[in-house]
Design a protein around this ligand. Structure first.
Ligand code: AMP
Ligand code: MN
Ligand code: MN
Ligand code: MN
Length: 273
């Protein structure tokens, strides 16, 4: 089994890189990429755990990108974790996360919810604070029944704790990944809630900027979505990736390892790894 999209505590996953790799290996994953949001911090530990478990490891990252006022995620696969340009670019995004966290805290304070920034930072345990940490803290504090509901009530676009961001540009993200020797993959293309016209424009821009691949299977995609993504990959000449986008074991329907095979007419992005 293959899984080229997973999160650890280095971003908004709940498992340590070691526990994540061991869980994936136990489930039968033989080729795994760790792809934390805007961070390479978990890669060394995950690589060592993969070696110990006897499975192949691909260093990865999921970069936050702003394109036409929309947030996109560009996964970098098979990157060199020591690359200076990539590290500097990601450090800039994490610094922006820190500033956003302060502003989210101020906005929630104005709604009578105090100390959210410190709470989220404590849960993150690093400089990589995500909205997932805010959602967890809000739910822990009883401001919502579940993190999912906290998201819907406070953190989604248009909600009181939401702060608009300018992440990396599409060109920057692809440039950092290529400079680090990796492949640039547009993550979960069908999950941005775009119209077909916008998605076509996004894929056109991603291709023009040098993007290499798109995710064909992400988590528990249904057959229609897989066929749609496969159609786009062929049409634009992208190779194909797949991964679970696993974050935590509390979602039994979404665990490491993709059991569905890639459609046969596509070229796997991992062929060149
Ligand atoms: P951030 O990059 O900090 O803005 O956080 C984005 C992360 O929040 C995503 O990677 C998801 O893991 C999570 N997320 C986004 N939307 C939702 C949602 N509606 N419900 C729960 N989690 C979400
Ligand atoms: Mn996430
Ligand atoms: Mn994503
Ligand atoms: Mn992800």
């Amino acid at each position: 089994m293959i899984d080229l999209h997973l999160h650890s505590r280095a971003s908004d996953g709940s498992l340590t890189p070691t526990d994540l790799v061991q869980l994936a290996a136990a489930r039968g994953v033989r080729l795994l990429a760790l792809t934390d949001h805007d961070s390479l911090d978990g890669l060394a530990e995950a690589g060592a755990a993969a070696q110990a478990a006897g499975i192949r490891f691909v260093p990865g990252v999921e970069i936050s990108v702003t394109w036409e006022h929309k947030t996109l995620h560009v996964v970098g696969l098979n990157i060199a974790p020591g690359n200076a340009g990539l590290c500097a670019g990601l450090a800039r995004l994490r610094a922006a996360r820190g500033i956003r966290a302060l502003e989210m805290g101020r906005r929630l304070s104005a709604r009578g919810i105090h100390d959210a920034c410190a709470g989220a930072q404590h849960l993150a345990g690093s400089d990589n604070v995500t909205r997932t940490h805010f959602a967890q803290w809000l739910s822990d504090q009883g401001h919502a029944d579940t993190p999912q509901k906290a998201f819907q009530r406070f953190l989604a676009r248009g909600k009181p704790g939401h702060v608009a961001m300018t992440w990396a540009s599409m060109e920057e993200s692809i440039g950092w990944i290529h400079a680090a020797g990796g492949r640039a993959v547009l993550a979960h293309p069908l999950r941005y809630g775009m119209t077909r016209t916008w998605l076509m424009q996004t894929l056109t821009a991603f291709k023009q900027a040098g993007g290499d691949a798109i995710e064909i299977i992400c988590g528990r995609d249904n057959r229609d979505n897989i066929a749609t993504a496969a159609h786009y990959a062929l049409r634009f000449g992208f190779t194909a990736s797949m991964g679970s986008d696993f974050h935590n074991p509390a979602t039994p329907w979404l665990q490491p390892g993709i059991e569905t095979p890639l459609p046969e007419n596509l070229t796997p992005v991992w062929e060149c790894f």
